[in-house]
Ligand binder design. Structure first.
Ligand code: NI
Length: 144
C-alpha cells in the first residue's frame, strides 16, 4: 500500500515492549547521556539505524557525508580531489570547504546514492596523497 510521505511521518502508534529490567536501566542511562528527550525517540533512532545499515548492506540508496582533512600544500592534492569528485558527480550533492588552518583544509562532501558508489568515492579520496583522515557518515534518504 502506497502512502504519502507526510501521512507516514505523522502517524504515531503506541506499542508495549517487554524486556529485562537491567537492560532497560542501562538503556535509560545511555539515552540520558545522549540527551534524548524521550525513550521513544531513542528507540526510533535505533530502529532507523538498523534499517539504514540494512540498506547499506543491500545496496539501496542512502544519503550522508564524506568528511576529510588534508594538507593543501601537498602537490596536486586539490586538483586530484576535485577530479575525483567530478568522476562521481552523479552522487555528489554539494561540497563544503573549510580552511582549518594555514596548512589544513576540511571538506564535507554531501552524497546521495548507492552505498557501493559512496564507498568507492570515499576510498578514492582516502587514498589520495595528502588526505590525512576520512570518514563516512550515512543516513537514510529521509523516507523513514
Ligand atoms: Ni582550504
Amino acid at each position: 500500500m502506497q502512502q504519502k510521505k507526510t501521512q507516514t511521518k505523522d502517524k504515531i502508534v503506541r506499542f508495549g515492549v517487554s524486556l529485562e529490567k537491567d537492560l532497560l536501566e542501562i538503556f535509560d542511562r545511555k539515552i540520558k547521556q545522549k540527551k534524548y528527550a524521550t525513550r521513544s525517540k531513542a528507540i526510533a533512532d535505533l530502529m532507523r539505524k538498523e534499517i539504514i545499515q540494512q540498506r547499506w548492506r543491500t545496496g539501496k540508496e542512502v544519503a550522508g557525508a564524506i568528511v576529510f582533512i588534508y594538507n593543501h600544500h601537498r602537490r596536486n592534492v586539490v586538483d586530484k580531489i576535485i577530479d575525483i569528485q567530478h568522476d562521481f558527480s552523479n552522487i555528489v550533492v554539494s561540497t563544503q570547504h573549510v580552511h582549518l588552518s594555514h596548512d589544513e583544509c576540511l571538506e564535507i562532501v554531501v552524497i546521495k546514492g548507492k552505498p557501493q558508489m559512496v564507498e568507492t568515492l570515499a576510498d578514492n579520496i582516502r587514498s589520495t596523497k595528502g588526505v590525512e583522515h576520512c570518514v563516512v557518515a550515512f543516513t537514510s534518504t529521509g523516507n523513514l
